[in-house]
Design a protein around this ligand. Structure first.
Ligand code: NAD
Ligand code: APR
Length: 233
């Protein structure tokens, strides 16, 4: 294989065929809910119960949902690839972990994690959350929130991500519309580092013209095919 250092970015589109709603497709989440009410710190301050309900509903929808062939192909690539590998996901679901991916960072946080605004403690949290939820550490009540990065907040793991982008020789973007920064700018950063850039998506993203190569189609078809080709090359 001609590449030594791979960075893969995934978005909601990789989980779509597992049954997880995307954000900006025809019936996407943001066509039904105003993101300012449920995915901003201002929305949480205005009506925390509304935000808890929104994420409780997303937890319920995740029950029984399994990773698909695209998640599984990425999980196969990781151990088979002898160079450096980093999977960066914008997704807050745990389907990459369930498929077996290990070298993974969630830049927008995780649905199954909670943050206490009183003591700053982060911890796994799989149950429902409400304005009465109590922090298991500092015992503060009504200060718990889902550990997800909202619009206007800084994403997680940016130091590790920037370092990997500046050194990569292959950047693959899967299932993202390229609407939200800084993730939408990763392809340009990888190009500046001299990387070969590939877009695997259902349709052209906002940043499609920044990619050297593109394959369009459902992730469960095009991602396994791309990875088999990569491993065979
Ligand atoms: P941004 O500029 O990164 O993204 C704003 C996006 O909001 C726009 O690109 C557009 O796609 C979307 N948007 C605008 N109006 C909308 C509408 N009416 N309905 C649906 N979508 C709409 O936003 P930002 O405030 O600069 O984000 C800063 C950080 O927040 C980014 O680093 C990003 O990683 C993070 N973030 C997290 C989430 C999340 O839900 N976890 C959502 C967005 C951004
Ligand atoms: N296979 C491949 N791609 C798909 C599939 C599929 N089966 N279904 C949808 N897609 C593509 C769509 O064409 C679209 O380009 O996935 C992309 C999903 O885009 P968005 O819904 O905008 O999701 P994403 O890019 O992950 O959003 C970025 O915005 O609201 C925030 O935090 C949220 O992390 C999210 C961020």
């Amino acid at each position: 294989m001609p590449f030594q250092r791979i960075v893969v970015l995934t978005g909601a589109g990789i989980s779509a065929e597992s049954g997880v709603d995307t954000f900006r497709d025809k019936n996407g989440i943001w066509s039904k809910v105003d993101y300012r009410d449920v995915a901003t710190p201002e929305g949480f301050a205005r009506n925390p119960g509304r935000v808890h309900d929104f994420y409780n509903e997303r937890r319920r929808r995740m029950l029984g949902i399994k990773p698909n062939a695209a998640h599984e192909a990425l999980a196969r690539l990781e151990p088979a690839f002898k160079g450096s590998f980093l999977l960066v996901t914008q997704n807050i679901d745990d389907l990459h972990e369930s498929a077996g991916s290990k070298k993974l960072v969630h830049m927008h946080g995780e649905l199954n994690s909670a943050l206490c605004e009183a003591c700053g403690m982060r911890r796994p949290w799989s149950g429902e959350m409400s304005i009465d939820s109590q922090c298991p550490w500092c015992k503060a009540k009504g200060r718990m929130r889902v550990d997800v990065v909202w619009f206007g907040e800084m994403p997680y793991h940016m130091g590790e991500i920037e370092k990997a982008l500046d050194a990569c020789d292959l950047f693959v973007s899967i299932g993202t519309s390229g609407n939200v920064y800084p993730a939408a700018g990763f392809v340009e950063q990888a190009r500046a580092a001299g990387a070969h850039t590939v877009e695997l998506n259902l349709e052209r993203s906002e940043g499609y013209s920044n990619f050297d190569e593109a394959v369009y189609g459902p992730a469960t078809k095009i991602v396994p095919a791309f990875i088999e080709r990569l491993l065979g090359s």
